[in-house]
Design a protein. Structure first.
Length: 494
């Protein structure tokens, strides 16, 4: 006779046992040998973690989701998800740790880096949770969720994770996610003038999309970013990654946002642009040995740098937290989950320069984002990838995607988190730090908001970026400089 845990998992699985699902084109790409991508999320807990409580909670939530209760089945060129019975003992890892070790923070960093070298077992559902009851500088214990990227895109997986949490102040309530609003929106012109504005916007979208697709094609064929202290080379996708994170004040970001009447995305991109400029400037200073002449050459070089970030855009409507929670609680798969990887790429250029006015980084970032909003680049790149995959197969499609990413410098992402403190499996969360690895970038920058904080998460190749904490420092310092500039200039919110 099986355990009650196994019986419950079997009942959950039987609710959707006939729902075998073929992997989406993007999910198949994430299993290609040169594009084997994983999502990893570090969860800081304000209390020691109770493994028994975690198992009970996951059995009632996450295990009921079909994608987390399915094995990957490969038959020739076909790849499908097949429902199975989940044994949580195979997915929850609890290492024996010395609570009195000298450097818990360094141990956690090394432990996660080692995980990036270990593939998941394809004979089981492609996820695992590591529970590390070790007190660090910013948490009483650490949970590390690791899952294969083929399970879903980052936005969907974050929604699912939050659907497994509850407000710490009200254990029966789901987290609240802020609704993103466009800054600077006012009354729209009507009638006659609106018609001409609409035509102008359509023409701009067509032109911008055309230019973006030309640059996208050029990047695949020959257009490479400048070789800098941030850019990896061939084989970087196979190397171990090191994850570091830094928490900054959400109030400081909102201050800049409100004073300049822009969006949080504008502020984050401006901070990143400033931080990367400062970091590369410092790297060139370390290499400078010829005095002022070398310094002038360095400044000139900074202005000539081509540095671009690739951003994955989720094109599938992401299931809401309430929807996911209800579906898991009903142990049913009758409704459409709206799940999977349906994602396109956009390329964001970063202007690397030493600006006299720190607010210029923000203005440039806003201009870049506003320009990308008037383009169908993400939709077109998704359809192109799907077409190539259908005609030529995974091998060719993954080679093209690999080359495209390798010719850019970094990956960039920003995910909105809950507005209040939440608890995961009964444990209050102090911070969330998600990232991704397995793609051909030496640097991935991820921003994750939570409560009144913003966490900057870096995933780096330590051979390219041996001191990632320095880069974290430059990003944090850039926010402080920009915030001080806003206050000094006395800008008023519009």
């Amino acid at each position: 006779m099986g355990s009650a845990e196994e019986d419950q998992a079997a009942a959950s699985s039987s609710a959707f046992e006939e729902e075998e699902e073929v992997l989406s084109p993007a999910a198949r790409l994430f299993h290609a040998p040169r594009f084997n991508c994983y999502i990893i999320s570090i969860i800081g807990s304000n209390t020691a973690i109770d493994p028994g409580l975690v198992k009970v909670s996951l059995q009632q939530t996450l295990v009921k989701h079909p994608r987390f209760s399915s094995n990957l089945v490969v038959s020739g060129r076909r790849m499908k998800w097949k429902p199975t019975t989940v044994n949580l003992q195979d997915h929850i890892i609890i290492p024996n740790l010395d609570p009195n070790m000298d450097s818990p923070d360094q141990f956690i960093e090394d432990y996660i880096s080692h995980l990036t070298t270990m593939p998941l077992d394809l004979s089981k559902p492609l996820w695992e949770l590591h529970l590390l009851n070790l007190r660090t500088s910013n948490a009483e214990a650490i949970g590390v969720f690791r899952m294969h990227h083929s399970i879903g895109d980052g936005a969907s997986l974050m929604s699912l994770l939050l659907a497994c949490t509850r407000k710490t102040s009200d254990p029966d309530s789901l987290p609240t996610i802020p609704v993103q609003k466009r800054a600077g929106s006012g009354s729209s012109p009507g009638g006659f003038w609106w018609f001409f504005i609409a035509i102008w916007l359509v023409l701009r979208i067509i032109w911008n999309t055309f230019v973006d697709l030309i640059l996208f094609s050029a990047t695949i064929l020959f257009l490479k970013d400048t070789k800098t202290a941030l850019k990896g080379s061939s084989g970087v996708d196979l190397k171990p990654k090191r994850l570091v994170y830094r928490t900054i004040s959400m109030d400081d970001i909102k201050l800049v946002k409100n004073k300049m009447n822009i969006t949080i995305n504008d502020v984050i991109l401006g901070i990143t642009q400033a931080g990367l400029s400062r970091y590369l400037n410092a790297e060139y200073e370390l290499q400078s040995k010829e005095g002022e002449a070398k310094q002038q050459k360095k400044i000139s070089l900074l202005k000539r740098i081509r540095l671009r970030a690739t951003v994955l855009i989720n094109l599938r409507p992401t299931p809401g937290i309430q929807t996911l929670a209800e579906l898991m609680s009903k142990e049913s798969n009758q409704a459409k989950w709206g799940w999977g990887n349906r994602i396109g790429y956009i390329v964001l250029p970063f202007r690397i320069a030493l600006q006299d006015d720190p607010l210029e980084y923000i203005r440039q970032a806003k201009a870049a984002i506003d320009r990308k909003k008037l383009s169908l680049e993400a939709i077109c790149t998704y359809r192109i990838a799907k077409l190539v995959l259908t005609i030529f197969g995974v091998k060719v499609a993954s080679a093209i995607a690999h080359r495209f990413l390798l010719n850019t410098t970094m990956a960039f992402s920003n995910v909105v988190g809950p507005l209040e403190e939440i608890s995961f499996c009964g444990h209050p969360i102090s911070f969330l730090a998600p990232s991704v690895y397995g793609h051909p970038h030496a640097l991935t920058i991820h921003y994750q908001s939570y409560f009144n904080k913003m966490t900057i998460v870096l995933a780096v190749d330590p051979d390219v970026i041996p001191h990632p904490h320095n880069l974290c420092h430059h990003l944090e310092e850039s926010l402080n400089i920009i915030k001080d500039a806003v206050v000094d200039k006395g800008l008023d919110a519009a």
